[in-house]
Design a protein around this ligand. Sequence first.
Ligand code: GEK
Length: 271
Amino acid sequence: MTHKDSAGQAPTNEAPVQGECAEVTRPSPGPLRDQLFAEPLSERGLFSFNEAVASVFPDMINRSVPGYTTVVSMTGVLAARHARPNANIYDLGCSWGASLLSVAKEPACRSCQLIGIDNSEAMLSAARAHIAQFSEGKQITLQAGDIADLQLADASVVIMNYTLQFIPIAQRNTVLRRIREAMSPGDVMILSEKITLQDTELNRHLVDLHHDFKRQQGYSDLEISQKRDALENVLIPETREAHFERLRQVGFSRCDVWFQCLNFASIIAIA
Ligand code: GEK
């Protein structure tokens, strides 16, 4: 079996095995290497969380989001400080469930219900297979659902790692208000996002640095530019100030960035 951690990261030198012997040598291939944008695409398609993306997701996010592993592992630590016994811990846009696996390792979260919600069936099916490999995965329930129609209750921790950015800006206020309404004072939201900077020149610099990061992770210029085109108008980043303003507007008492690497920030918001 491929060695991997709960974030689903496979060793970086592992390319997908192809050919007849693959089944014999690699009975459980684990997450594949992301090569979805490696060849010139005849048509510019919008990015979606389909089966192809779901199958390579851990490799894609680990090599695309600087600081992802730190955010995922610290999500469990942050959750442990705020988990109320028997309350719910939600991960909205849970993908393969990496953040919930991090939470499930924390003894302080053991009496909580860990609920992962995602609207991609392909992602949920990959998540089910991934989570089943970990004993702590038994504590996790996965649900198909759209973040726009959330029904949350008694949420002591709400995790939204790199997902709000895919919700239309006009809906973000309502989504966050519903989340806040399901929380009690002292509960925590962990909100991780790609961000833009108000200073346009510095913003361009950080975008360039992010592309350098992706090159360092083995992505080619073609992969970087085709993925960027596919994500245009699909992933809509905002400034950290816009996030703070919205979080306060919907009733969070305090918020700040607890981690940032290049143009990817993680915000802690206390209800
Ligand atoms: C991680 N948090 O590994 N409703 C529900 N799910 C949605 C919606 C929606 N409206 N829109 C997008 N998603 C994860 C990574 S990925 C981030 C999150 C990325 C889901 C989508 O199907 C995908 O699984 C996830 O949000 C975004 O820490 O790919 O950059």
